[in-house]
Design a binder for this molecule. Sequence first.
Ligand code: KG4
Ligand code: ZN
Length: 361
Amino acid sequence: MTKPRLVLGIESSCDETAVAIVGEDRRILAHQVLSQREHLAYGGVVPEVAARAHLQHMDHLVEDSLREANVTLDDLSAIAVTAGPGLIGGVLVGVMTAKAIAQVRGLPLIAVNHLEGHALTVRLTDDNVSFPYLLLLVSGGHCQLLVAKDIGEYTRLGTTIDDAVGEAFDKTAKLLGLGWPGGPAIEKLAAECPDIKAARAKYPLPRPMMGKAGCDFSFSGLKTAVRRVIDEFPAGDIPRAEAAALCASFQETVADILRDRVKNAVDEYMRLDPAAPSLVVAGGVAANKRLRAVLEGMAGERGLRFIAPPLKLCTDNAAMIAWAGMERFVRGMVDAPDFAVRARWPLDPAAGIVAAKSQKV
Ligand code: KG4
Ligand code: ZN
């Protein structure tokens, strides 16, 4: 039997420096992720610091990946790399590394859209996910509902008009002094709340866009409301039990908003009459167990199969980039070696930019 083809993937669009090797048989042979700790002191990612850290770590992560997979560069069939969207200095580090390896070894090169990496992860971890599927993409920079129709073919149904959902988690966590990234910290503290119903009654939070037509989102009102609650405490010093209740209320409110918006998207998606209707959730926020449970329940009610990547493949990693590269490589979709990096790169270029301030496409 011929050996499965292997793709080495590189990810460096934000604060994870990552390299992975994935086979066309869906095996992840190497999975190296280095979450940069350099940003902790700043409470957010500093682009220049990120780029320098990628530069410092990239080469040895490539070596570690080859060692982990027990292969050499000669065993690879192609190199895939995140070419955007993201922090451009960091993206450049990954892309220059990928181009150098490809050039020296004469290997095909695939420029991967980071968002497509998230979008296709479930096809790596599950061999039975067919197009079209409804995709909720929720990360630190994005909150979008799309129909994934094929590789490179997405129709956006809705997006956030202000903050991304991960951003809302991060900002709320910062207000509560929980450190960064905020999502996992909020999920952990919310679990300490003994009575979610009582927490919501005590700390009701707004649910912008709820009940409105369409599939757009808004989250910026949430952090303002959280700030008001914290300001009620002397010197903003909120006791742990109260912070836990506030986190629980916040998480449930986000769940309500997502459920409501995804419901509308399901109606639009079902008009396509998909053979195997599925709701896929992807991106860092998809690691949240409560949100997964709520979305799974809703999908079940509507007769959709619910699919989410395993937790470690929700947040940024290079296995998803290697896999997106593999999907393209096996279809002959390779890129010229002089491809450009892209700070912005929407999955659905026809969808345009939505009204408000911080939409990161
Ligand atoms: O996909 P990702 O790793 O990076 C981007 O492409 O943005 O997503 C990171 C985001 C951060 O905002 C982080 O707080 C959030 O995902 N996140 C979570 C959880 N784990 C990560 N949000 C809620 N609950 C979690 N368990
Ligand atoms: Zn991401």
